[in-house]
Design a protein around this ligand. Sequence first.
Ligand SMILES: [Zn+2]
Length: 419
Amino acid sequence: MRHYPSAVLSAGLFTAAMLFSVAATAADKPVTREEIALGQKQYGPNQQQQGGQYNLDPALTAYVQRVGMKLAKTSDAPDLPYEFVIINSSDLNAWALPGGKIAINRGLLAALDSEAQLAAVLAHEIAHVTKRHSARMQKKAESASMLGALIGLGIGMKAPEYRDLAMQGASTLAYGAQANYSRDHELQADKAGMKTMSRAGYDPQAAVALQEIFLRESQGRKSDVISGFFASHPPSQERITENKTTAKSLPAGGALNDAEYRKAIAQLNKDKPAYQYLKEASTAYTGKNYAQAIALSDKAIALQPKQGLFWEMKGQSLAKQNRGKEAVAAFDRAAAAAPGFFRPLLLRGMTQNTLGQYGPAESSILAAQKLLPTQIGTYTLGELSERRGDRNAAAGYYQQAAKGGGEIGKAAQERLRSL
Ligand SMILES: [Zn+2]
């Protein structure tokens, strides 16, 4: 998604002023009904791909929604059908879809210091919506046929690999979560966002402080591991300088609400050691130290039994040790902790399939597919239908899985031929 700035650079015959006026005219058009529908359609799948909703602390969700709606009402497009959710992911990220569907990760919330900084993040995302940056990006994504396809999630075909499903990061199809906005869009969103947060009563200096934190954070990382928020909203010294100028033009002395914020994220702070155990368990798992991964998952679970990710990690590690029945029990706990999230259901179904529990496997995978259709899920439903003797259903699933391409797609084509 970096071709916007390069297109600007290669358009040598235009003056900068002309380009700016073209961009400004496009941005001033109101959000269309089509864009709203597009964002609505993609919101659920995007949330699924990023980790599902964080539902462990409903009060925190309500708080983020309150702050978000307050900003939305003072934005340039107050009447859009805005929604705000917290994604159950430790990555530093926030994203917006056309029409006002916005998400912020649990990990980013934990890294912020005040309600005003949260407002800076949300107002920036709202500005991408009202300026229709996200809509234009989505159009590009669509023309590149990135949307509407089966989600591959990069899962290997062979039995041992599917279990690494939960280890996969964000899917490449998670449009909006990974879109790289151009430098101009970032500057525009910063400026409009700061005006919005100021009108809502927040100190716009918090946006400057936030950029300084982000720039420090991103510089501490190697370019190849910069992901999430830093890839989609690249921080820069230029943005800090511009934001300082914008802040000077706005009324000083707005609210920071840092005490309120600390209270709102108290649960996240309390659970920090548990997430640290999860991080260590994940490292152990990658290093194939499954016994250690299980021990560390248990430590995390002892601190916070309601976090489904801890149970997923335990279940995957158990599955690696061929302890399928115990793994299924762990995935049951993960599914109960995160209702409406596809991954524990898919992991449970795949494990039940290996255990020869075909009926329960099919139910689990069908439930997962309703939330987020995946290629591996579709392929496995083909196998399960074939096993039941339903060749028509099997052919339908294999045809669908074949469209996704890759290793699973090839395997699906082979199954189709041998039906
Ligand atoms: Zn941005």
